[in-house]
Design a protein around this ligand. Structure first.
Ligand code: OFO
Length: 170
C-alpha cells in the first residue's frame, strides 16, 4: 500500500476513535443527567464512529498495509447543556469532514483510485452527520429554555435514532 495513503488513513483511524470516545463521554453525561433519549442517540453515535474506525482498520490491512491502533486523549467529560453538546459535536464533525477531504485529495494526488472510491462512503456520511447536527441545533435554538420543549426534544431524539437505524443511515 502507498505509504502516504497508509499514513493518512491511519491518522483518520485516530480521528474516528476520538469521535467515538467524545460521543461516549457525551452519552454518559446525558445519561447521568437523566436526558435519556439524548443519551441513547449519543451512545449509538459513538458505536457508529467505532464502526467507521473499524472500516478503515480492515481496509488498510486488507490492502496490505498495517493499521495502527491509536491511544486516545481523555475526552471532555463535563458539559453545560445540550446546546453545548451539539455545538461541540458539529464543530468536531466539521473538523472530521476537512480531514476526510484531505484524504480524498491525497488519493487523487497519488492516483489511488480504489482508496478514492472507498472514501466516497465517508464523504457522504459526513454530509449526513453535519446536516443532522445542524438540524438538532436549530431545534434546540427554537426550544430555548422551555422545559416542556426540551422534554419533547429528548423524546424525539430517541425516535430520530430509530428512524436513522431503519433508513440505514450510519
Ligand atoms: Fe465518522 O463520522 Fe463522524 O466523525
Amino acid at each position: 500500500m502507498n505509504k502516504r495513503i497508509e499514513d493518512i488513513l491511519n491518522t483518520q483511524i485516530k480521528a474516528e476513535a476520538t469521535s467515538s470516545q467524545l460521543y461516549l463521554a457525551m452519552a454518559s453525561w446525558a445519561e447521568c443527567a437523566g436526558i435519556n433519549g439524548t443519551a441513547e442517540f449519543l451512545y449509538k453515535h459513538s458505536d457508529e464512529e467505532r464502526m467507521h474506525m473499524l472500516k478503515l482498520v480492515r481496509f488498510i490491512n486488507e490492502r496490505g498495509g498495517k493499521a495502527e491502533i491509536p491511544s486516545i486523549e481523555l475526552p471532555q467529560t463535563e458539559f453545560e447543556s445540550l446546546t453545548q453538546i451539539f455545538s461541540l459535536l458539529l464543530e468536531h464533525e466539521i473538523k472530521v469532514t476537512n480531514m476526510i477531504n484531505e484524504v480524498v485529495f491525497v488519493c487523487l494526488e497519488e492516483k489511488d483510485y480504489s482508496t478514492h472510491n472507498f472514501m466516497q462512503w465517508f464523504v457522504a456520511e459526513q454530509l449526513e452527520e453535519e446536516a443532522l447536527a445542524r438540524n438538532i441545533l436549530d431545534k434546540l435554538k427554537m426550544i430555548g429554555n422551555d422545559k416542556a420543549g426540551l422534554y419533547l426534544f429528548d423524546r424525539d431524539l430517541e425516535t430520530l435514532q430509530n428512524i436513522n437505524t431503519s433508513s440505514g443511515i450510519e
